[in-house]
Design a binder for this molecule. Structure first.
Ligand SMILES: Cc1cc2nc3c(=O)[nH]c(=O)nc-3n(C[C@H](O)[C@H](O)[C@H](O)COP(=O)(O)O)c2cc1C
Ligand code: SF4
Ligand code: SF4
Length: 382
């Protein structure tokens, strides 16, 4: 049964919340997921090695001490593992291959079991790269996009897992989206520096794909920094090894946020350069010199078009009201977390709750981006 608190759907799958278990080869099987990720909205099993080349590479990696899943019959194993997941989590299966045919075969099986196939374009172990699997795919975009098209032909929901800052990441994200992938799973790694939050914002502004982000999430605060830059979902891998209750706490925290404000991944204001383009929903009338203009420019529209889009959305909604606010309408008003007695007075008079106000702002953020892409050529970022 779909959870009413979040409205998270991709193709034939839905997520009960926006927290995921990220894949760790040799570790994240159904037993691991059932034990440590019972509450997760998504559990990603694998990575599984699908063809003889990746199986041989994995054996070499095991010989030097890494853990890997190796099976002579990976298709049967994958089906069994998906079916062994309890607790009603949606399942994704992270897979590696040096050839396309096993990916297509796996996609059909995974789809038949209601799960998501996740193409591993992330693994940077030399044995995998040498045979053209894992991260080697991001260096060869024509091959990567051809594989995405072939996998999508099966009708399976497809996630592509990449590491950021390996190649130009926004162009890569756009290529993956144009080829038809449904989900981008971004390891926002910045060498030696944990997660690259600015990269998440840039990727959010470059694609409408469902965006899963990770790297170095160890608590609710680090997850929230990703959500505020546009992550639709946050996944965790290593954090669970040190803290077995991590997923459970992240789910509890983000669920409380959703109940409180109605928009769990609300962006920051764009003023200080942290908010992604959805943050334009909180912007003032563009009458002064401030970062609203550079953000409007990214959308490829004029300040007048921006004002018209916002006013057009407001018409017939509660955001139309607010004579006593700075710009005469709630459509120009700030995020609910910014204290303001003028706005709150209007909300009280209208009987509009904080969550209803933020849900309208969420719709407004999406509307601005959609309308701008119709009247221009879409976001001009990256
Ligand atoms: C031991 C280990 C094995 C991993 N195996 C895979 C894998 O098979 N496929 C994949 O896409 N990512 C793999 N990853 C990457 C993780 O899914 C994740 O992107 C990365 O560890 C950053 O997230 P974290 O900081 O929460 O660990 C692996 C990571 C670790 C630590
Ligand atoms: S319009 Fe207002 S909210 Fe937007 S960047 Fe300028 S000052 Fe900040
Ligand atoms: S009235 Fe308050 S919430 Fe609205 S724009 Fe002015 S400061 Fe922001």
């Amino acid at each position: 049964m779909p959870d009413e608190l979040f409205d998270l759907k991709v193709g034939y799958t839905y997520f009960k919340n926006p927290i995921a278990l990220a894949p760790m080869g040799g570790m994240t099987d159904s037993k691991f997921a059932n034990q440590y990720a019972a509450e997760a909205g998504l559990v990603i099993l694998g990575g599984y090695n699908l063809d003889s080349l990746t199986q041989k590479a994995a054996s070499q990696m095991v010989a030097r001490g890494r853990e890997e899943f190796i099976s002579e019959n990976p298709m049967t194993l994958i089906e069994k593992e998906i079916r062994s997941i309890k607790n009603g989590n949606t399942v994704a299966v992270n897979v590696r291959s040096a050839t396309i045919e096993p990916l297509v075969e796996a996609a059909a099986i995974i789809k038949d079991n209601g799960a998501i196939i996740e193409l591993d374009a992330h693994c940077r172990q030399q044995e995998m790269i040498d045979i053209g699997a894992g991260q080697a795919l991001v260096y060869d975009i024509p091959r990567l996009t051809e594989w995405i098209r072939r996998i999508k032909d099966t009708g399976a929901v497809l996630s592509v897992k990449i590491r950021g800052n390996v190649v130009e990441s926004t162009a890569l994200a756009r290529a993956i989206e144009s080829a038809g992938a449904d989900i981008l799973h971004l390891d926002a790694m910045k060498e030696g520096a944990g997660a690259d939050l600015n990269l998440i914002k840039e990727i959010r502004d470059s694609t409408r794909m469902f965006l899963i982000c990770n790297n170095s999430v160890t608590d609710a605060d680090t997850a929230k920094e990703m959500f505020a830059r546009g992550a639709d979902m946050v996944s965790v891998a290593r954090g669970i090894l040190d803290d077995s209750g991590l997923i459970s706490r992240l789910v509890a925290d983000i669920s409380a946020t959703q109940k409180d404000i109605g928009w769990y991944n609300a962006p920051k204001h764009v003023c200080r350069g942290e908010g992604d383009l959805r943050g334009l929903a909180f912007c003032c009338l563009p009458v002064k010199s401030c970062p609203v203009h550079s953000n409007i420019k990214k959308l490829g529209i004029t300040a007048q078009q921006f004002a018209d889009i916002k006013m057009d959305f407001a018409k017939g909604t509660m955001l139309e009201y607010g004579d006593s606010t700075c710009f005469g309408s709630l459509v120009w008003c700030c995020k609910i977390s910014k204290p303001c007695f003028l706005r709150d007075g209007v909300l009280e008079t209208l009987g509009l709750s904080d969550t209803e106000y933020m849900r309208l702002k969420k719709e407004l953020g999406d509307y601005i981006i959609e309308q701008a892409s119709k009247s221009s050529h879409g976001p001009k970022n990256g």
